[in-house]
Design a protein around this ligand. Structure first.
Ligand code: SF4
Length: 417
C-alpha cells in the first residue's frame, strides 16, 4: 500500500438540492483512493482519473482548512468566530436570533462515502475525517456519514456533539450477511458483523442511523436469504431503515477487476454477470431485463414483512419549519418510489421533485402560508398538487403515497403468484 500526503485545492462538491437518496446537500472526500479494496468499487473506473485507486492512498492533509475556507465563502459563520466577534457581545438575544435567521440555510454535509471511505485504515493515524468533523461542529452543520468501517466509533464524542446542535446521520454500507462471502468482496473493510455492532452502538447513543444495502450483487447478494438476513439484522441493531440498490459496473478497469474475481471465486456466476453487463453502458448500468431479481421490489416486500422502513429519512434541518420538513420528506418519497420502485418515467415525478426543490430553496413556514390562504400562489402548484400538500400537512401522508403502496403490494403479490 502506498500512502501520500497531498494538499487539496478544493473539497466540497457543488450544492445538491432535494436529493431523494441520502438527503445531503454537499459531499466531500478526505482521501483519494480507498484501501478497503472492494471488488466492485466504482472508484477504480477511469472516469475518476485516479490510478491505482485501491493501492495508492492520497491523504488530503489540509482538508479541514479548505473546508473552513469554503464554508465561510458560502456565507456560513462558525461558532468560534461569533464568540470572538466583538460586535456580537453587544447584541441582545433577539438581535442574535435575527442575525442567525439571516445566515444561509444549513446544509447537510456528507463527510464520507463519496468516492472513498473517510474511515479507511489510513484515518486511524492521520485523523483527517476527525478534523473535518471538528470543523463541521464549529459551523453547527448537520452531518451525514456513510462507511464500511467501525473506526467511526472513535469519533462518537464529536458526532454526539454535532447531533446536539444539528444532527448526525450515520449509515453503514452492508450488502452481504455472511462474513465469509463479504470478505471476498470487501477484503479490508470491517466485517459485516462488526458493522452491525457499530450501528447498534451508534443508535444506542441516540444518533440517527441506518443501513445502505448497496450494491446488491446480482446473482450473489440478491437471494431472499441474504436480503432477509440483512433486513432482520438491521432491525435488530435499531437501524431506522435499510435502503436497497443495485450494482453498476463501468466498462474498463472496474469491470475487468470484478469479473476476474468472479471467474476465480464464483465461476458458476460468470456467464450471468457477463450477460447482465454485456452492453457496457458508460455509467455501468445493468441490462434490467437480464437481472434475476427486482431488488427494490424484493427489498420492499422483505422490509414490510420484517417491519423496517426501506426508505432513508429526511431529517429536519436546524431552523427548518416542521411543516416544510414534513412536506419535503413526503414529496421526495413519492418521487423516489415512482421512479425506482414502480419504474415510472422521470418526467412523471418531476412535479413532485420541482416542488421539493422550490420549498428547499427557501419557502416560508408552510403552515403559516396555509393559514393566510396563499399556499397555491406561493408554491405555484395546480389544484391537484395543492390537495396533496394539504393532505401531507394534515396527516403526514397523502392519497398519492397510499396509491403507490397499493400498487407495490399488488406487484409483490403478483411476483409471489
Ligand atoms: S469502501 Fe467504497 S470507496 Fe472504498 S473501496 Fe469500498 S466501495 Fe470503494
Amino acid at each position: 500500500m502506498q500512502y501520500e500526503r497531498i494538499k487539496a485545492k478544493s473539497l466540497l462538491s457543488k450544492p445538491i438540492m432535494a436529493d431523494g437518496w441520502f438527503h445531503i446537500n454537499r459531499s466531500m472526500n478526505a482521501y483519494r483512493g480507498c484501501e478497503h479494496g472492494c471488488v466492485y468499487c466504482d472508484g477504480m473506473s477511469e472516469s475518476y482519473h485516479v490510478d491505482n485507486f485501491l493501492t495508492h492512498i492520497r491523504i488530503k492533509e489540509n482538508a479541514a482548512q479548505i473546508l473552513r475556507r469554503e464554508l465561510k465563502k458560502a456565507g456560513f459563520t462558525s461558532k468560534s468566530e461569533l464568540e470572538t466577534e466583538t460586535l456580537w457581545s453587544f447584541l441582545d438575544e433577539e438581535d442574535a436570533k435575527r442575525l442567525a435567521m439571516k445566515s444561509p440555510r444549513k446544509q447537510v454535509i456528507g463527510v464520507c462515502g463519496g468516492v472513498s471511505d473517510g474511515y479507511q485504515p489510513a484515518e486511524k493515524e492521520h485523523e483527517i475525517t476527525r478534523q473535518v468533523l471538528e470543523t463541521l461542529l464549529d459551523f453547527q452543520m448537520p452531518v451525514f456519514v456513510l462507511t464500511k468501517s467501525d473506526l467511526v466509533l472513535r469519533d462518537l464524542d464529536l458526532l454526539k456533539r454535532i447531533h446536539e446542535v444539528a444532527f448526525a446521520d450515520v449509515l453503514f454500507t452492508i450488502t452481504l450477511v455472511d462474513d465469509m462471502v463479504q470478505r471476498i468482496f470487501e477484503p479490508r473493510a470491517s466485517t459485516t458483523s462488526k458493522r452491525h455492532s457499530a450501528l447498534k452502538k451508534v443508535r444506542k447513543e441516540g444518533l440517527f442511523g441506518g443501513v445502505m444495502a448497496t450494491p446488491i450483487i446480482p446473482g450473489i447478494g440478491d437471494t431472499y436469504e441474504n436480503m432477509r438476513g440483512l433486513a432482520k439484522e438491521a432491525k435488530r441493531t435499531g437501524a431506522q431503515f435499510i435502503l436497497w440498490g443495485g450494482m453498476t459496473l463501468k466498462p474498463g478497469r472496474q469491470k475487468k477487476h470484478f469479473l476476474n474475481v468472479i471467474r476465480k471465486r464464483f465461476p458458476e456466476k460468470l456467464e450471468l454477470l457477463k450477460r447482465i453487463f454485456r452492453k457496457n453502458h458508460p455509467y455501468g448500468h445493468a441490462d434490467y431485463k437480464e437481472l434475476p431479481v427486482n431488488i427494490m421490489l424484493r427489498g420492499y416486500e422483505i422490509c414490510k414483512d420484517v417491519g423496517i422502513s426501506d426508505r432513508t429519512i429526511r431529517h429536519r434541518l436546524p431552523n427548518e419549519p416542521e411543516a416544510n420538513s414534513q412536506v419535503l420528506g413526503a414529496l421526495l418519497d413519492i418521487a423516489f418510489r415512482q421512479t425506482y420502485l414502480l419504474g415510472m418515467s422521470w418526467n412523471k415525478s418531476t412535479p413532485y421533485r420541482e416542488l421539493a426543490l422550490r420549498i428547499e430553496n427557501g419557502v416560508d413556514d408552510l403552515s403559516k402560508i396555509r393559514e393566510e390562504g396563499e399556499l397555491a400562489e406561493k408554491l405555484m402548484v395546480d389544484s391537484q398538487l395543492l390537495i396533496t400538500v394539504e393532505e401531507i400537512l394534515d396527516t403526514g401522508s397523502c392519497q398519492v403515497l397510499d396509491d403507490i403502496h397499493l400498487r407495490l403490494d399488488e406487484l409483490v403479490s403478483r411476483n409471489d403468484a
